[in-house]
Design a protein around this ligand. Structure first.
Ligand SMILES: [Cu+2]
Length: 583
């Protein structure tokens, strides 16, 4: 059923938006009425049988730029040529684009598993997950994002888009603000005209430019593992659920993406995107009894799937060589938390190197045996398969028990095997099949020193603000308020630092995401956070009753940004604030 036409897209209130959402939800129910009533997690019908490890993990190499954009990209929106009405690109002269890309958001066909019907998804370039971008510091780009979604689509999702590149240091008008959604026919309250495309300027410079002037900036501010996804106001869950997710990797001279790099500064981590440097997008999804993707739009706490997808396939396998690999794990939501273990077939836990949290390299690698991930969090790990025999397998196993969308229940219980070794049972989500040694010797490394952390200068702090994440009158709120695209709740000053105190009320988990700048957790419940949370972060998990104090700065751009819960069900039902960076 198509979205209801709107008389005045310019000034649609949140209430109106929720009404539209409810209408669309009703449409979703009609199209899916043949399947079970709204169910939750633990008691979900399992859907058709999808035996594990029948499909190979899809991996991508880098998306290619285009020779030119027609019409050429300009600082001001080219509304006459079909671009939506966005504000001018800020400071584009500082970082003139050197390359251009296009991204075509459209319907495509996808197979999640050979036992399920091939079905329609919405994807960047029509594929799920979308293409992988490989970008470099010092090489600014334009990405022209076309909206070619069907205007009168059936089922869930909104055919208007706003693409957020999580968590690039870029200007507000390229950030994918929730109110900046567009199609050829319609536009959000923070744009001025409809359009079938929008140019995003990704400047690829280290945060803090104004402090470094014409120098190259501070490489301690580098970002590495980012992802892009739809952020359309009120419809992030259905749009991302339908496939609008992709990975975006950023390199510099230190994390150079070349394990044979002769530059003495280069870390020489396992490299080669799509070869030894592998993004893993985890998104659990619900399939109905006919094997079609189903979204329960009346579920307000969170959505759990009955199938685990990795890079768009249900429980795939991946053939590896006996050498080191870098994996970039992303919890792509909408609501599930994970704790991943690497285990042998008889469930014995293996350790690996944990090198980056939320895409930001740690000062030193950590040897870990599990990766906890909340929605939108990322973790980079290095696994050395040379320790294992050719012909054997390892599994990535999720041990976290989740019975509803509110949050995880805790880990399943440890057991010991016949030899007395600690074992972890759970869901085997990905199987690694270990092949031969590589043709070329593995020269990659995990150096003892990765990337130093920027200083936390508490003298820069001009303000401490408190944010309570709660449910108020059955809606999700921040400080008792629901999201309003046209009103900034707080207005930090450009060039300053603040402490944001994030507090989880009630009995729900909230993975809180602050757009634009990386923060540092000063304390979690009054104590130093665990080692893997001491680096730079952009998602701050709040378990019920938890209080997290975050040091955060606001540099280089002014304009509107967001903070929200990244359980996107909570985000859509309106646990989000707009914050404006002001002069
Ligand atoms: Cu939440």
């Amino acid at each position: 059923m198509p979205l209801p036409e709107r008389a005045s897209p310019l000034k649609m209130s949140r209430r109106r938006s929720l009404q539209v959402g409810a209408a669309t939800a009703a449409a979703g129910l009609v199209t899916s009425s043949k399947i079970a009533p709204p169910a939750q997690a633990g008691n979900l019908p399992p859907g058709p049988a999808t035996p594990a490890f029948m499909v190979e993990l899809p991996v991508y190499t880098a998306k290619l730029p285009v020779a030119r954009l027609t019409p050429a990209s300009t600082q001001a929106a080219s509304v006459a040529d079909g671009e939506c009405g966005r504000p001018d690109h800020q400071r584009r002269d500082n970082w003139p684009p050197q390359k251009s890309y296009t991204l075509d958001v459209r319907e495509g066909w996808h197979s999640f598993h050979p036992n399920l019907p091939t079905q329609k998804i919405w994807g960047y370039d029509g594929i799920y997950p979308g293409p992988t971008f490989v970008a470099r510091y010092g090489e600014p780009i334009i990405v022209r994002i076309y909206n070619n979604l069907p205007r009168n689509s059936v089922g869930f999702g909104s055919p208007e888009i706003s693409t957020h590149l999580h968590n690039l240091h870029c200007a507000s008008e390229s950030d994918g603000f929730a109110g900046d959604y567009y199609s050829a026919a319609n536009y959000g309250p923070t744009l001025t005209a409809a359009g079938n495309y929008k140019d995003h300027h990704y400047p690829h410079f280290y945060a803090g430019y104004d402090h470094f002037g014409a120098t190259n900036g501070d490489p301690r501010e580098a970002l590495g593992t980012l992802w892009y996804h739809d952020h359309r106001d009120g419809f992030t869950t259905p749009n991302v659920y339908k496939g609008m997710t992709g990975m975006y990797l950023l390199f510099d001279d230190i994390d150079s993406g070349d394990e044979r790099d002769p530059n003495p500064k280069a870390l020489r981590l396992p490299s080669g995107v799509g070869k030894y440097d592998i993004p893993l997008v985890f998104q659990d999804k619900q399939f109905d009894s006919s094997g079609y993707l189903f979204l329960d739009q009346f579920e307000n706490d969170g959505i759990l799937g009955n199938k685990f997808c990795v890079n768009g396939k249900i429980q795939p396998f991946f053939k590896v060589e006996r050498r080191k690999y870098r994996f970039r794990l992303l919890d792509g939501g909408p609501s599930r938390f994970y704790e991943f273990y690497l285990t042998t077939p008889d469930h014995v836990v293996q350790s690996f190197s944990f090198i980056a949290s939320d895409g930001n390299l740690l000062p030193s690698p950590l040897t870990m045996s599990k990766v906890p991930l909340a929605p939108a969090e990322r973790a980079d790990i290095v696994i050395d398969f040379s320790k294992y025999d050719t012909g054997t397998s390892l599994f990535l196993v999720n041990r976290l028990v989740h019975t509803d969308g509110k949050g995880p229940d805790g880990e399943s219980v440890n057991t010991r095997n016949a030899s007395g070794l600690l074992t972890k049972r759970g869901t085997q989500i990905l199987r690694f099949d270990i092949g031969n040694a590589p043709a070329l010797p593995d020269v990659s490394q995990v150096p003892a020193l990765l990337r130093a952390l920027p200083d936390i200068d508490l003298k820069q702090v001009v303000k401490t603000r408190r944010f309570e994440f709660d449910k108020t009158n059955e809606v999700w709120t921040v400080n008792g308020q629901i999201y309003d695209a046209e009103k900034a709740t707080v207005k930090p000053k450009m060039g300053t630092a603040e402490i944001w105190v994030l507090e989880g009320k009630g009995s729900w988990h909230h993975p809180v995401h602050i757009h634009f700048e990386e923060g540092r957790i000063l304390t979690r419940n009054g104590r130093q956070p665990p080692p893997h949370e001491r680096g730079r972060k952009d998602v701050y998990v709040l378990a019920p009753g938890e209080v997290v104090r975050v040091f955060i700065r606001f540099r280089d751009f002014t304009g509107k940004y967001m903070m929200h819960c990244h359980n996107t069900i909570h985000e859509d039902h309106a646990m989000m604030i707009r914050y404006d960076i002001v002069e």
